[in-house]
Design a protein around this ligand. Sequence first.
Ligand SMILES: Nc1ncnc2c1ncn2[C@@H]1O[C@H](COP(=O)(O)OP(=O)(O)OP(=O)(O)O)[C@@H](O)[C@H]1O
Ligand SMILES: [Mg+2]
Length: 228
Amino acid sequence: MSNQIYLDILNHDYTEPVYLGMGDYGKVYKTYSIKYEIFFALKIIIFYDNQDYVSGYNEGIILNYLSSNQCVKYILCFYQMKIDEKKIYIATEYVDGYTIYTGYQLDLITDMPKLLINLWEGLKTIHKYGILHTDIHSGNIMVLPNHDVVFIDFGLACPIHDNVSKQLNIPTCVYTYSYDMYQLSNCVLKLFKSNQIVKTIYHIINNDQLPGTIDDVLTYLYKYEMNI
Ligand SMILES: Nc1ncnc2c1ncn2[C@@H]1O[C@H](COP(=O)(O)OP(=O)(O)OP(=O)(O)O)[C@@H](O)[C@H]1O
Ligand SMILES: [Mg+2]
């Protein structure tokens, strides 16, 4: 899908927004562009200090970078960012799904292996673009009814490589890939409520070979870190 969409956000060129959710610093709305005949999500961040501003701005820049040529599976397609004196507006694709948190609460996750594979592939995709998410939790991953996943909320994301950092003019991360892997494992662990998940993940990423010991898993994670 192309992301060549020029919404006139500041002139309110869309239908009345419907509130979808909020976190610590932004509110997200669903709205409709009559011009392009699409629903889209509008995240509005009121910045009270420099930190709010930086995380909102970085989120827009990183999503724009991730969708710069075409929309990438596992990540929201970016449409536009606008900034006025008090607010940052980020328009992205609207996802008709639910967060992992809601999916768990309402028992909507029926195909756990598919979900796990998609989570794993999604995280690898973000990493291959040289970005760490650093805020992975059950409220920041959306699941579609077919169990495709979309990582949202890149407000704390950062470039891992110097070249991406220079290109985006955002400092590199203090973390490494394993930070995201740890957060994703934590999030998934809560779904299973059992350490069995560590073996399951290893099983998936190693094409059906079950690990003998936890050391095998750690060796794999170490190799992942070195080779990505
Ligand atoms: N593109 C989207 N399509 C549909 N729903 C969305 C979309 N983006 C966000 N949401 C909904 O809005 C909620 C808040 O979004 P998001 O996590 O980006 O906001 P936030 O204010 O940055 O939260 P946080 O406190 O985690 O930083 C999500 O949990 C999700 O339910
Ligand atoms: Mg969030």
